[in-house]
Design a protein around this ligand. Sequence first.
Ligand code: ADP
Length: 633
Amino acid sequence: MKCDPNLYRAASPSLAVKPRLIRHLFLPPLIIAMMIGLGYIGFWISEHYGIRSLGENGQRQLELHARAVESEISKYTYLPSLLELETSVSQLLADPTPEHRQSVNDYLEGLNRRSRSRAIYVMDTTGRVMATSNWRDVDSYLGEDLSFRAYFQNAVRGQPGRFYGIGSTNGEPGYYLAHGLEEHGKIIGVAVVKVRLEAMEERWQKARLEAFVSDENGIIILSSDPSRRLKSVVPLSDETKEKLARSLQYYWFPLNELQPLARETLSEGVEKLTFPANSELVSDEENISYLSQTRPLSDTPWNFTLLTPLQDLRREAINQGILVAVAFALLAFLLIAWNERRKVIATRLAAREALQEANNQLERRITERTTDLRASNERLKGQIRERRLAEETLRRAQDELVQAGKLAAIGQMSTSIAHELNQPLAALRTLSGNTVRFLERGQLDVASTNLKTINELIDRMGRITASLRSFARRGDDKGQACLGKAVDAALQLLGGRVETIHLQLHRDFTDVQVQIDQTRLEQILVNLIGNALDAMQAQPQPELWLVGETFDGKYRLRVRDNGHGIDAEARKHLFEPFFTTKPGEQGLGLGLTLSASLAAATGGHLGVEHPASGGTAFVLSLPLVSPTSAEPI
Ligand code: ADP
């Protein structure tokens, strides 16, 4: 049974491979891209909310520290105006005698010590220092002309002079608070207090706070990080730079810009700044980002800026981003694994279903074929039955024919049989008559001899009739025959005629077992040898050759005579029933026909050859019982 190839045929490779190839090509980059994307989103959200939370916290810190700065500065605002109340000061400005100066110097020295300011001094309206708290120092301001200072210029005009600058005498930075001293509504001089604000820087550093204060020019005047000090937080035009240089507000410092690597404005007064990593607070080389929160300081044009480092937040945001990316990768991996497993299960199910379907189909086909086979088997059985019946009929007909042939042969031989039997019968009659007479005479020896001869004759007659009976008997198609025995029986049956013509017999065959009934083989041989004897009647030296050979699982016996042979016309009709060339009642023309059919019935064959040397040779082929057992006799 053939399987249907369509049942097990795989899908076309191009169709089966393409989607998988696309998946394999595009899925990993897609997953990686999504990992990066989601990781970045995670990072961004974490950073965003972190900044917001830091901002809220920073706002409180900003307020706190800005207030501290404000109180530190406002502490000194009253001090210069206080000098207006001091009569020695107005006396000095009205009458600058050495006595007055000294008394003011002493007063200022004491006041400075008590207020913990850096210096307190008094200038006349031309900007010359008339008296100062540091009159004892070598770098005392006494007598110096500070009219170029902005705080003086403001104060002399009646405006409050607030100024952060670097001292032109000793290069020391300080916060200058100036106040125009009035008398009778007229400015007679200017009182100045110089304050050091570095203590605030130290406090910030101790508290590990990053903060700075920038002045009205945008210059950082106070900073927890000294490297940022005196740098501008806004870009300065060349004109402003020149003006500031001329005022010597910042002495000769270059006033570089505090240039962040990146600046991002988050809201009013809130920025994200990134600086190169040159701070002492960070050890590695990473750039450092800050949340910058700025608030103006009241009563001053200054701004206080609090810087909150973002690296911890950034690190945490990166970790969050990585966590999101890893979680996504894990989820993607689980999804892919689940999907693959689902597909494997689906494929297995499909394969199982296909197999089941194939099995069902096969079973259906088997059932169909079995039904077909059963039907054809039944048909065949019917045909076999018919054939058997036909064969039976044929065999019966053949048997009948054989029987008819045998009877015909018997009839044909009846004359010679009668002759063969009459001769011993006549001899018996004579011998028995003589025996009676010899017994009457008492010649018992002669009588005994006669009786022995009578016995022999009776035996001979019995053998003849036995042969005839055997020949005439209905035989069987199947069976085994011994070739030597069959030849002997045939010759014995034809014994009389053989002896009459003084036949010279050549036996050159093997005593093999052939597949034919013994009697039928004898019958064939009787026919063949009998015909040969007929053909050799006129032959003065009749010779008969019985030559055998094994050929292709069969045994071939060639029965050749040196008789008159067969003419060309007779050769055409040799095996036709009732064809005979024998005159009168001598031939019925059934011998060869029956012999050929007897041979064919056992799977053998009977043929004829016409040797060039004369005579005729009939070739009888019969299947061997055991092809290897052929031995010469
Ligand atoms: P019948 O012997 O009754 O004629 P057969 O069938 O035996 O019938 O023979 C048919 C004919 O074949 C014979 O009449 C004879 O002419 C011819 N024939 C058979 N055998 C030989 C033979 N050995 N030599 C010559 N002719 C033969």
